[in-house]
Design a protein around this ligand. Structure first.
Ligand code: ZN
Length: 303
């Protein structure tokens, strides 16, 4: 069982948990899809060997690291049931393993997670530290940091109405790198979003979900392009979890991961804003978040 004794979920703990899951469950595959600006690996874990493909990712945003633990816990549940040939309610994991391929990128932005949890590391060069501090409004408090090490908000860096998003940012006075909402110079300018987009292009998911915090909300649309299937699934997910359905407004409507997937692939794609409270959500919320979100994943596996 994954047990977190610290108060946060760091990149080190993620690496340790991936190693222990893969060791305990040899049918689980793990590999890197690229490296971050800071040189950290972007891990993907794959469960199952079926034709139906589902891609889940977490922690596009630094201070939303609890979503990485959520994804690891849900993956562990799939592994545990498959290994023991046990079902959970109407979910028969043993059969699903040959029907579904579930790919999980638990931490899209490990550099941002580390910055939000630990602040500026001593190991960074003085010039990088100065640069990041400038991005952070001259503050050394990085606890609300969302972006990558270039000060780009990765969930505004995808190719979906990108320049409309830039226009909205300018209206809000965002012109340069910062802790949140700066979209970068062009779509996929960042190694993290490029790696996730490249993986999506090669994996060809039938369903994709990006996990964020917080609000207990499910976003399912992009410029009214959600398919009927996507809308129906969103309704079911809302009923299952009690999370509200919503459509993004303003600059949150552009250049996000689910926006790009809906736009480019015409498949059901969702942003799930897990948990309720003020970011960063405390680790004490993980049990409730897991209880609320696991049934949604089981539904998607069976759908
Ligand atoms: Zn987020």
């Amino acid at each position: 069982m994954l047990i977190v004794k610290s108060k946060t979920y760091t990149y080190d703990i993620l690496q340790r948990d991936i190693a222990s899951l893969v060791q305990e469950y040899p049918f689980l595959r793990s590999f890197s899809i690229g490296k971050t600006v800071g040189g950290r690996e972007l891990f993907v874990l794959v469960w199952g060997r079926g034709d139906k493909k589902i891609f889940l990712n977490g922690a596009h945003h630094g201070m939303e690291w609890i979503t990485s633990l959520l994804l690891m816990k849900m993956l562990e549940t799939c592994c545990h049931h498959y290994a023991n040939r046990t079902s959970r309610g109407e979910t028969d994991f043993y059969t699903l393993f040959s029907e579904v391929t579930l790919a999980v990128c638990p931490m899209v932005n490990p550099d941002g997670v580390e910055l939000a949890i630990r602040g500026l590391p001593e190991t960074l060069s003085p010039i990088t530290k100065t640069r990041l501090k400038a991005y952070n409004g001259d503050s050394t408090d990085f606890s609300k940091w969302q972006a990558n090490l270039n000060g780009v908000d990765l969930n505004h860096n995808y190719d979906a109405a990108f320049y409309k998003g830039v226009f909205m940012q300018h209206k809000l006075g965002i012109f340069s790198p910062g802790p949140t909402r700066y979209s970068g110079a062009e779509p996929e300018s960042e190694p993290e979003s490029r790696a996730v987009a490249d993986f999506t292009r090669s994996f060809h998911p039938d369903i994709a979900v990006a996990y964020h915090t917080q609000g207990e909300v499910i976003y399912y649309n992009f410029e009214s392009k959600a398919t009927e299937q996507g809308k129906a699934m969103a309704n079911d997910l809302s009923k299952i979890s009690g999370y509200q359905l919503d459509e993004t407004e303003g600059m949150a409507s552009y250049s996000g991961y689910k926006d790009w997937v809906i736009d480019a692939y015409n498949i059901p794609a969702f942003t799930i804003e897990a948990g309720l409270g003020e970011n960063p959500l405390p680790l004490s919320q993980i049990d409730k978040i897991y209880q609320d979100n696991l049934p949604m994943l089981l539904y998607l596996l069976r759908a």
